[in-house]
Design a protein around this ligand. Structure first.
Ligand code: ATP
Ligand code: MG
Length: 1068
């Protein structure tokens, strides 16, 4: 085989050039002399070739308004941009960069092709021309060759490797071209092709070409010469491409059934297809053998260590073991290539790496295709994929041409087989002859000819079954499976024949369904008089078009059914009902979104943010996507828990991070899972990552249970169990503005939970005081926070009591603790635990000191709130302790704040001020009102400054008439003279007092405003009217409060100004 690129390509010139480069780089000269004699193979180092491919946006990404963060140039570089920090870009250079994101169109056969000649779009054919042809070239030359597809779930690995519909991927094309080339060959050479297909899931190997599953899976064994191999793996001799197609279909079916039955997601399994290709040169009595490995790796994101960060059982799952270990092997080999000393490459630590040993650092020419998503939301994952690929690129392999002498006996067998073939006159007889198969030739092993014969006999049955299924599809209504992996969708068909039939787990059912939450007799279907009906048995879960059904329901063509926890099927009606619909739109996402909508989950419900343009904020959409994605998983987890008698209830919650944002902005939301023990009422809150990690472990446990193994685990290894811990109940905002004016603040504020509902009330005070702890009086109030700049500020935070704690109303034995953080202190201060009291008296006061109040600290006080968190304690849980390793204290023992570098604070304050608050849509108007309030506030402050200036002017004109208040620079430190302001003129003090009253009213207004923002409509529509009423009442209250405080300030200031004028006019 020559360089195919130049011969058969109808491709743009640049890509052709690319391919030529690749071919020269990828495949080096065969070690054959001109005379055709084989020399001793000379290993030479051969780098792993790496290609990146970026796919189009998925529907989900389009719906959420995703932005593309990937760009590619000159066919080799890939640049990724950090969506949070667009200036931050990273460029990677690989052997190939395939742009499949846009610039394409569908031709009449449904194949995606370039939209115009200037488009840089890379089609399936382009990818095949480089990578697939590379594989074939190597195989023909007698090298082992491996192609790996790596990338996160849904990034396009299967698309590139297997393909969809008319857009065939590398694997089918490689097989097709291999046979095409074989058929063209003439001469005294024979060819043997065998095909095997396996899946590695949870460290178990399943033979996808075998209908029976070996308990515990197939084993990997090691041969002294040949290395690792899978013992007992079916390797089917193939004579043509059609057979390979059938085998792949069969393998996919086994994979789909396994995925549905075991509730195992296919994206967590690795699929390895191996084609053994042997060329027999009869006249030279030589063979050349190549092992072609085509590997579709599991979705990579699961291995991210941060995915299960903080989970006690993060190391427990074996689902990720192979992929994690693959990463370790690649890293070790990359280090070796970089000249680092590596003591051990951990090939033996997982099944996959054992099988891939030759591919990584061994006797194979290897290429890796890194599939990436273009979307901003996948930035982290994509970056990690590109880094992974970068490491893989460093690996050096040592490939040799695999040749061996043809054994005399084998030759005799070959001749016999050839003779038999000539006699049979079979039209399609391939040039495949005998050679030793498997790790070691064994005596008594069937010859190649016999194996072929056997395979041909075995073909008859599947051929018949396929023909029968095709005919039934044309005749009967049926259910078509819909899998999360589009590759496995539409693979299983369940026919609803005339009459009635039962569906369920029990083998006696006509429709044998398996899967989580499917009962022995789950439902029955009737097909009578041209109507198909479904009836659930007892309480079995059947959902039709998103809605759970209890009684007999008529099915219509293209209805969506979910049986049990999450087995999804599309109903295909009678042939007369069918049209030329595009079934691909009813994908897994469609089912989940429909179900979510029926359950009342919507973007609006989750707190759609009004950006003012009617579109929900991207972060809310992301939370919505997460929510919809997790809904079926939570249902599955609950079902497994129920069957394993764990007595747990899991439910999804959306945590509003505004509750922990000190500016009260609804910056982000995240999905959490609340776990409640139904008997003990213990509660846990799991992060999304922790839940996903636990779900893997639950699946492993559940599978053991299904397989009849002992599913008992020690408590500390139980994914359903955790030690009880303190639960975050809610947060309260205490606005610190009065402190910036040296005013005391005493308030009752609400603790709001993640649903924005009141969890409890807090009585709190924040008191400016002297270093000795003596509270400042009204006379210490400053008119401008700038007066405090550079001064010592002391203040006490006192948590007085909590009222009406719901957590305790629900469980009298429980307790609470409160915690807060202030300004730049990294530690949280917790109150002592109090148990069994609904209205506990806390009375804990801590004094803080800013020795040299900075501008940033004063800004912080004016714009931020102190977040007080309420934590629920339950029996047996550890209390929360204030860890204060880096806390500095004054000589009086007070805790110092405002000690950090000013520059860092500048940055933070800038970013926060740039962030746009996302608001609950119905209360959007209120945000504008707040803005108004802020403007009024700002204007008033400016007015104050003007007033002050005019007073100063007046004072300088009449030096004795009025004492000028000292400028900030002249003011002595508060600590030196706590009563310095007492010397101020009375009217000045009055102005300050008026401001104090104003700011206190402002606080109340803010509190109420925050409450409104978190106030959500109830689930029940019937309650909407009282809700709207209540809401407008609150709005009215808010408006009145705002009005009255503004009016009060205005009149106070006006009065003071009047009095001052009068004083100036009539001194004395
Ligand atoms: N280059 C592409 N052009 C068009 N569509 C693509 C492309 N790559 C991927 N897709 C589409 O994106 C979706 C996800 O792709 P695919 O199933 O190949 O991902 P995957 O990486 O195999 O995911 P998993 O790890 O879950 O198996 C599919 O619907 C597929 O059709
Ligand atoms: Mg896939």
């Amino acid at each position: 085989m020559g360089n195919e690129c130049e011969v058969g390509r109808e491709k743009k010139q640049d890509t052709c050039l690319q391919s030529t480069v690749l071919s020269t780089l990828f495949f080096y000269q065969i070690n054959t002399t001109r005379a055709g004699k084989m020399t001793t193979p000379l290993p030479s180092t051969d780098g792993v070739r790496v290609a990146v491919r970026v796919r189009p946006f998925s529907q989900r990404e389009k719906n959420s308004g995703s932005k593309c963060v990937i760009s590619m140039h000159s066919g080799t570089t890939t640049t990724i941009q950090d969506p949070k920090n667009p200036e931050h870009r990273k460029t990677f250079t690989f052997d190939l960069a395939y742009w499949s994101h846009d610039g394409f169109q569908k031709d009449q056969d449904g194949v995606f092709i370039s939209a115009d000649p200037s488009s840089q779009f890379a089609s399936q054919t382009d990818v095949f021309h480089d990578l697939g042809r590379g594989v074939l070239d190597s195989a023909w030359q007698g090298y082992n060759t491996t192609l790996l597809a790596y990338g996160q779930t849904g990034s396009g690995k299967s698309y590139s490797m297997v393909g969809f519909g008319a857009n065939k991927g590398i694997i089918p094309k490689v097989c097709e071209e291999l046979f095409q080339a074989i058929e063209k060959r003439e001469g005294n050479e024979e060819y043997q092709v065998t095909f095997s297909m396996l899946e590695i899931y949870n460290e178990q190997i399943r033979d996808l070409l075998s209908r029976t599953k070996k308990p515990g899976g197939l084993k990997v064994r090691e041969d002294q010469q040949l290395g690792f191999y899978v013992d007992g793996l079916k390797s089917v001799p193939c004579e043509n491409y059609a057979q390979i197609e059938r085998l792949m279909e069969q393998g996919t079916k086994v994979r789909t059934t396994a995925s549905t039955n075991m509730n195992a997601s296919s994206s967590r399994s690795h699929m390895v297809i191996t084609i053994q290709f042997k060329q027999v040169f009869l006249d030279r009595r030589l063979t050349k053998q190549s092992s072609i490995n085509l590997v579709n790796l599991a979705g990579s994101e699961r291995q991210k260590s941060s995915g299960s960060e903080g989970d006690r059982l993060r190391e427990g799952s074996r689902v990720n073991l192979s992929l994690t270990n693959l990463g370790n092997v690649i890293s070790a080999l990359a280090d070796t290539a970089m000249g680092k000393r590596v003591l051990h490459v951990p090939y033996r630590d997982s099944v996959l790496t054992k099988l891939l040993q030759p591919a990584l650092g061994g006797n194979s020419r290897t290429a890796l295709i890194a599939a990436i998503s273009p979307a901003d939301l996948c930035y982290e994952e994509t970056l990690s994929t590109l880094r992974y690929a970068e490491r893989a690129k460093k690996i050096q392999n040592k490939a040799v041409v695999n040749t061996s002498m043809l054994m005399r006996e084998s030759k005799a067998e070959n001749s016999k087989a050839l003779l038999a073939h000539r006699n049979s006159r079979t039209a399609e007889w391939p040039h495949c002859l005998l050679a030793e198969q498997g790790p070691r030739p064994q005596t008594g092993q069937p010859t190649w000819a016999r194996r072929l014969q056997q395979a041909r006999e075995e073909w008859q049955q599947p051929y018949l079954a396929i023909a029968q299924e095709r005919q039934m599809t044309e005749t009967f209504p049926h259910l078509l499976n819909v899998n999360e992996d589009p590759q496995l969708t539409g693979v299983l068909k369940f026919f609803i024949q005339t009459g009635s039939c039962d569906a369920g787990r029990a083998p006696s059912n006509a429709i044998l369904l398996q899967g989580l939450g499917i009962s022995d007799k789950h439902a029955s279907f009737t097909n009578l008089d041209g109507t198909v009906m479904v009836t659930p048995h007892g309480k079995c879960k059947v959902v039709v078009n998103g809605v759970p059904i209890m009684t007999k329901t008529k099915l219509q063509h293209l209805d969506r059914l979910i049986l049990g926890s999450n087995s999804a099927y599309l109903y295909i009606g009678f042939p007369s009902e069918r049209g030329s619909e595009d079934l691909s739109r009813f994908d897994y996402d469609f089912f989940q979104l429909e179900r979510a909508a029926a359950e009342g989950v919507s973007v609006d419900k989750l707190g759609a943010a009004g950006r003012g343009d009617g579109n929900a904020d991207a972060s809310v959409l992301a939370v919505f996507q997460d929510f919809v994605k997790l809904m079926p998983l939570v249902a599955e987890a609950n079902q497994m828990g129920e069957e394993l008698e764990k007595e747990l209830r899991m439910e999804l919650k959306v945590k509003n991070l505004a509750s922990s944002d000190s500016r009260g902005y609804e910056l982000q939301k995240e999905v959490t899972v609340k776990v409640t023990h139904q008997r003990t009422h213990e509660v846990w809150i799991w992060s999304k990552a922790k839940f996903i990690n636990r779900k893997f472990l639950m699946e492993e446990l559940y599978q053991r249970f299904l397989e009849g193994e002992d599913s008992h685990v020690a408590q500390e290894d139980d994914p359903f169990w955790d030690p009880v811990e303190a639960v975050h109940l809610g947060s309260a905002h205490v606005w610190l503005q009065p402190l910036a004016y040296c005013m005391k603040l005493e308030e009752q504020v609400e603790f709001l939970n993640c649903d924005g509902m009141e969890e409890a009330m807090l009585h709190v005070h924040v008191t400016p005081c002297s270093p000795g702890g003596q509270a400042h009086g009204d006379e210490d109030v400053v008119m401008d926070p700038l007066e405090l700049l550079g001064k010592r500020m002391d203040f006490q935070i006192g948590l007085v009591r909590c009222l009406g704690i719901k957590w305790l109303k629900e469980g009298a034995e429980r307790g609470i603790q409160m915690g807060y953080r202030i300004y730049d202190l990294s530690s949280t201060f917790y109150t002592k635990p109090v148990w069994k009291t609904v209205n506990p008296q806390i009375e804990e006061t801590v004094q803080f000191t800013a020795l040299n109040a900075s501008q940033e600290f004063l800004n912080y006080l004016q714009t931020n709130a102190l977040i007080v968190e309420l934590w629920g304690l339950q029996e047996g849980c550890a209390q929360l302790n204030s860890s204060q390793p880096d806390v500095m204290v004054t000589s009086e023992g007070h805790i110092m704040v405002d000690t950090k570098k000013i520059s860092t604070m500048m940055d933070t304050s800038q970013t926060t001020s740039n962030q746009i608050p996302e608001l609950y849509m119905k209360l959007l108007k209120l945000e504008q009102e707040t803005e108004l309030l802020r403007n009024v506030n700002r204007a008033l402050r400016e007015e104050n400054v003007l007033l002050k200036r005019s007073l100063e002017k007046a004072a300088s004109a009449e030096p004795d008439a009025l004492k000028v208040p000292p400028t900030p620079a002249q003011l002595p430190a508060a600590g030196d003279s706590p009563h310095v302001s007492a010397q101020r003129p009375g009217s000045d003090r009055e102005l300050a007092m008026a401001l104090k009253v104003f700011y206190q009213s402002m606080n109340a207004a803010r509190g109420q405003f925050l409450r409104l923002r978190h106030y959500k409509p109830p689930d029940d529509d019937g309650l909407l009217r009282p809700f709207v009423h209540q809401q407008s009442q609150r709005l009215k209250d808010f408006g009145e409060l705002l009005e009255s405080s503004l009016w009060r300030l205005k009149s106070d200031v006006a009065r003071i100004v009047r009095e001052k004028r009068a004083g100036l006019l009539h001194p004395g």
